[in-house]
Design a protein around this ligand. Structure first.
Ligand code: GAR
Length: 210
C-alpha cells in the first residue's frame, strides 16, 4: 500500500475522508503521517484518533521557507512517505520541496480549475456569478493551483447560496473525489503527460464518479 503524508492547516475533513478510505481493506494506500503548519489544527486530532502519527510544524517558528520545508521533508521521509496529499494546507510549496517527491504531490481545490485559483475560491465563484462550480484534485507544480488535473466534480450554485452553504456543498463532493483521485494516482491509472494527465479509460469508465 502506498504511504501517504497528508498536510493540513485546519479542520481536516478531507484528511478524514482519506483516513476513512484507507481503513477499507481494498484501498491501495495508507496514511503514514499527518503534518500541520498550524499546531491547533483539528486535523491533528483526527490523525491521533486514527492512530496515525501527527506532527505540528509551525512555519512561523522557522527562519525561512527553506528551513520549514527542510523540516517538513525530513518529517515525511522519516515516516516513509511516498505520496504527499495537501488537504486544506494553506502554504505554498517551493519547486525545491516538490523535487523531493516528483509527480507525487496532490492537492484538492474548491473550484473547477483553472477557474478561481488561490484563496476564497467559493467567494470568487459567487462574486463572478457562475451557475456551476465544484472541486478539483490536481498534481502540484510550483504555481498556485496550476498543476495537471486528475479529477473534478461539479456542483450547482443555487440562487440563495452563501459562502458557507456553497462551501458545504463543494466539501461533500471533495470527500468523495479525493480518495478516488488518490486511488487513480497511486495505482498508476492516472499519469503525468507534461502539463496534462492521462487517465486510464477503463479506470474512468469503471468508476461511476468520473
Ligand atoms: C477544502 O475546501 C479545500 O478544498 C480547501 O480548504 C478546505 C479545507 O477543508 N483548500 C484550499 O482552499 C486550498 N487553497 P478541510 O480542512 O475540512 O479538509
Amino acid at each position: 500500500r502506498a504511504r501517504l503524508g497528508v498536510l493540513v492547516s485546519g479542520s481536516g475533513s478531507n484528511l478524514q475522508a482519506l483516513l476513512d478510505a484507507c481503513a477499507q481493506a481494498d484501498f491501495p494506500a495508507e496514511v503514514a503521517c499527518v503534518v500541520s503548519n498550524v499546531p491547533t489544527a483539528f486535523g491533528l486530532e483526527r490523525a491521533r484518533k486514527a492512530g496515525v502519527s501527527a506532527v505540528a510544524l509551525d512555519h512561523k517558528a522557522f527562519g525561512s521557507r527553506a528551513d520549514f520545508e527542510r523540516a517538513l521533508g525530513e518529517t515525511l521521509r522519516a515516516s516513509g512517505v511516498e505520496w504527499v496529499c495537501l488537504a486544506g494546507f494553506m502554504r505554498l510549496l517551493s519547486a525545491d520541496f516538490l523535487a523531493g517527491f516528483p509527480g507525487r504531490v496532490l492537492n484538492i481545490h474548491p473550484a473547477l480549475l483553472p477557474a478561481f485559483p488561490g484563496l476564497h475560491a467559493q467567494r470568487q465563484a459567487l462574486e463572478r456569478g457562475v451557475k456551476i462550480t465544484g472541486c478539483t484534485v490536481h498534481f502540484v507544480d510550483a504555481g498556485t493551483d496550476t498543476g495537471p488535473i486528475i479529477a473534478q466534480a461539479a456542483v450547482p450554485v443555487l440562487p440563495d447560496d452563501t459562502e458557507a452553504s456553497l462551501s458545504a456543498r463543494i466539501l461533500a463532493e471533495e470527500h468523495r473525489l479525493y480518495p478516488l483521485a488518490v486511488r487513480l494516482a497511486v495505482t498508476g491509472k492516472v499519469t503525468l503527460e507534461g502539463t496534462r494527465t492521462r487517465v486510464d479509460a477503463q479506470a474512468a469508465v469503471g468508476d461511476q464518479s468520473l
